[in-house]
Design a protein around this ligand. Structure first.
Ligand code: MG
Length: 355
């Protein structure tokens, strides 16, 4: 495994683990791999656990240093050379490269070119057949003695180790690569992999508030005229409270009472949209995206239907997500229980977050 660079993308976190650690883990977890050596810039030797080797001035020199370190440690039968900027290496690619080394001194994973190829600058000057063209990935696999000897006598300037082996007169086999085994070159690649690695989490919330004197209630951020008000320390918006708890549950961040203690006078009469906005901000701070939320209001009165769209719109504004990701539903309990006796309103909510 090779890692380095001025601003080492290999040390950036990706889905909770560093890029370089993901690459190393792909080999460490493979039954056909006995040892992993990581070649690093001298400044980063302490940043990776296990066998580390200082790299050289060029990619070629770095790989050569790694091979010499393995030789000094007793050598090996076969060696795989991988770019640490490919963190999502499937075990099946390692399988294929290792298997091909039974029949050839070198083997590389590759994928066919699928896009049409053209030459030109501002205008097209020619067409290039993609037949027989391959996009080469790593790990490149070699019989150890052959690649070590080839590296020791290689001229500078090879693009990869397979080229060095071929220059020494050896055959390099092509095996199938994998689209997942992509290389992180720019910010877009990192963001694409992050998006693929997001894990979806769903949690629920529940809340109840009791009716009391008043002429309106707040539900899902909407003021609704009513024969009673709802009692509570804040504005008693059971819908937003349940939804706030659902979002907090998705990221394991406790409940609404932990963040806004009812004992704290500053939340007296507070509008509950700030509670929900706070939970959404916590989700975003963890790199999360709110995929979908769903609230069910449980009461006989007031009628929710006429306000449902306004509620969805308000929640979508607070969460800064599209309205089609917000659902508000209502039900009665057929006159049964405290909601049936119109003693209070209950709300339950579900949220799904990708983080
Ligand atoms: Mg509440």
């Amino acid at each position: 495994v090779r890692a380095g660079g001025d601003v080492p993308k290999q040390f950036r976190p990706l889905g909770g683990a560093r890029v370089v650690d993901r690459a190393i883990a792909a080999f460490a977890a493979h039954p056909g791999v006995d040892a992993v050596w990581t070649v690093l810039d001298a400044a980063h030797l302490g940043d990776v656990a296990g066998n580390v080797v200082a790299g050289g001035a060029t990619r070629q020199a770095s790989v050569c240093n790694g091979l010499e370190a393995i030789a000094a440690a007793g050598g090996a039968e076969r060696v795989l050379v991988h770019d640490a900027a490919r963190p999502m290496l499937p075990a099946s690619v390692i399988d294929r490269v290792l298997a091909a080394l039974d029949g050839a001194p070198g083997a590389i994973p590759a994928l066919p070119v699928v896009d049409s190829l053209r030459t030109g600058a501002d205008t097209v000057t020619g067409e290039v057949s993609r037949d027989g063209l391959w996009r080469v990935q790593t790990p490149q696999g070699f019989r150890f003695d052959a690649i070590l000897a080839a590296h020791r006598t290689a001229a500078e300037g090879a693009t990869d180790d397979a080229e060095i082996l071929r220059a020494a007169g050896h055959v390099v086999a092509l095996v199938e690569g994998d689209e997942m085994n992509m290389k992180i070159t720019g910010e877009g690649d990192h963001a694409r992999l992050e998006a693929m690695l997001r894990v979806s989490r769903t949690a629920s919330g529940f809340d109840v508030h009791r009716f009391g004197p008043g002429d309106h209630v707040w539900l899902c951020g909407v003021r609704i005229p009513h024969t009673h008000g709802l009692l509570g320390h804040s504005d008693a918006d059971a819908g937003l409270h349940a939804l706030t708890d659902a979002l907090l549950g998705c990221i394991g961040a406790g409940d609404i009472g932990d963040h806004f203690p009812p004992s704290d006078p500053k939340w007296k009469g507070a509008a509950s949209d700030r509670f929900l906005a706070h939970a959404a901000a916590l989700v975003r701070a963890r790199g999360g995206i709110v995929d979908h939320v769903d609230v069910t209001l449980i009461c006989e009165r007031p009628k929710i239907g006429p306000h449902r769209e306004a509620m969805r719109r308000r929640i979508s504004e607070i969460l800064e997500i599209d309205m089609d990701r917000v659902s508000v539903k209502a039900t009665t309990t057929e006159g049964l229980g405290f909601t049936g006796r119109s003693e209070g309103i209950a709300a339950q909510a579900t949220a799904t977050v990708r983080a």
